[in-house]
Design a protein around this ligand. Structure first.
Ligand code: SF4
Ligand code: SF4
Length: 237
C-alpha cells in the first residue's frame, strides 16, 4: 500500500485518502503551507468509497492530485472483479462502469488515464496535474494509473519484456530493496550486493530507475556477460 515505499505520509482506511487530502488542503490554506498534496486510492476502493469525498473535494474547491491506481481487480482481497470489470464474481457478464466517466461526472475538469509503466510520460503528467491544481481556475486533478496487476493479466508485460541485470558494480546499499521493494530484488545474505531472483522476476523492467547509481540495466544493453551476476538469487528459503 505504499506505506513502506517511502512514498506515503498518512494512512487511515479505505477511501480516507481523498477526505484527508481535502482536509489537508483547506488546513494548509489557513497556515500558508503550499506543498503539493497527492492522494492515492485503488480502483475498487474508489468505486466503493472514493466518489462521495471526491464530490466534496470538487464542491469545496480543494486542490490536490488524486491517483486512482487501477490494477483492473481487487488485488488485496483475492482478485474479485470491480464495477469497472465486465464480469461478475461468479463469472457472469456485467456492464463495465467507466472510472474516468465517474470522475468527470463528479465535476473534475482535469482527468487523464495513463500507463504508469511509461515512467517519464507519467511523471510529466503528474507535473501537469499538479500545475493544474495551482491555476486560479484549476481544481482537483485526477490521474487513473492504468496497468493490470501482473497476477491478474500479464499480457502487457509479456508483449514488451525488458529483462534486466544488476551489474557487478552493485555495492549492496539496499536502496532499491527498501525503496522500490520488488520481491525479485534480493539482498545477498552477506549484504554485499543485490541479485535478481529469476524464479519470480517477470521482466517488467520497472526497477531500472530504482538504482539511482545506474547499476540495474537492461540485459540487452550490455556488451558481453556481466561479471558476478548469478542467474538466481541466494537467500530464498
Ligand atoms: S542495485 Fe543499486 S540501489 Fe540496489 S543495492 Fe545495488 S547499488 Fe544499491
Ligand atoms: S524486472 Fe520487474 S520483476 Fe524483475 S526485478 Fe525488476 S521490477 Fe522486479
Amino acid at each position: 500500500m505504499g506505506t513502506n515505499l517511502r512514498a506515503v505520509d498518512t494512512f487511515v482506511d479505505m477511501g480516507a485518502s481523498v477526505t484527508m487530502a481535502t482536509g489537508l488542503y483547506h488546513a494548509a490554506q489557513l497556515t500558508g503551507d503550499h506543498r503539493p498534496i497527492i492522494a492515492s486510492i485503488g480502483d475498487s476502493t474508489f468505486l466503493h468509497s472514493g466518489l462521495v469525498p471526491l464530490i466534496n473535494a470538487v464542491h469545496t474547491n480543494a486542490r490536490f492530485v488524486l491517483l486512482i491506481l487501477d490494477n483492473h481487480t481487487t488485488a488485496m482481497t483475492g482478485a474479485q472483479p470491480t464495477a469497472a470489470n465486465d464480469y461478475t464474481a461468479d463469472g457472469g457478464p456485467a456492464t463495465r462502469v467507466s472510472i474516468v466517466g465517474l470522475v468527470q461526472a463528479c465535476g473534475v475538469r482535469f482527468v487523464h488515464s495513463a500507463d504508469p509503466y511509461d515512467q517519464e510520460p507519467f511523471a510529466a503528467l503528474l507535473r501537469e496535474a499538479e500545475a493544474f491544481t495551482r491555476q486560479p481556475d484549476g481544481g482537483p486533478a485526477v490521474i487513473v494509473a492504468d496497468r493490470p496487476c501482473i497476477l491478474y493479466d500479464s499480457t502487457p508485460v509479456d508483449a514488451h519484456p525488458v529483462p534486466v541485470v544488476v551489474t557487478a558494480d552493485c555495492d549492496g546499499c539496499r536502496y532499491c530493496v527498501e525503496a522500490f521493494e520488488c520481491p525479485a530484488l534480493v539482498l545477498r545474505a552477506d549484504r554485499t550486493r543485490v541479485d535478481i531472483d529469476a524464479s519470480i522476476c517477470v521482466d517488467c523492467g520497472q526497477c531500472i530507475d530504482a538504482c539511482y547509481k545506474g547499476f540495474i540495466v537492461p540485459r540487452l544493453a550490455l556488451d558481453g556477460p556481466v561479471v558476478g551476476v548469478p542467474v538466481v538469487a541466494a537467500g530464498v528459503a
